[in-house]
Design a protein around this ligand. Sequence first.
Ligand SMILES: [Zn+2]
Length: 133
Amino acid sequence: MTGRPTPHPSPVTRPFWAACARHELTIQRCGGCSSAVFYPRPVCPVCGSSRLDWVAATGRGTLYSYTVARRATHRRLADRVPYVIAIVELDEGPRLTSTVIGTDPADLAIGVRLQVDFEDDETVSFPVFRVAS
Ligand SMILES: [Zn+2]
């Protein structure tokens, strides 16, 4: 079986996945306290406001932490091993879990600068990261 586990967008996450389909990385910005918010939520985790707007992120960030999966963490990822499971700290502040492609994992290091890219599956575009040039 190929392809990735497919997300099932909810009303809260649907705008995020719709933006990914346009190859745009978006996060939420709180209208109450201006906090940048990710993952998608119905209320701000800082001030509790429900005034969360979707805004474009720069798509740039830093490798905060990572590991290399040498055994698939899901059966649909079996053809991708070894692959990087990365926590990326976006320049806007929030961290998101993704992967880093296009670089030998042995060449990665905490703190390396990353740029978002997108991998298109049959029905979904997934945000992934590449080492920034
Ligand atoms: Zn807030």
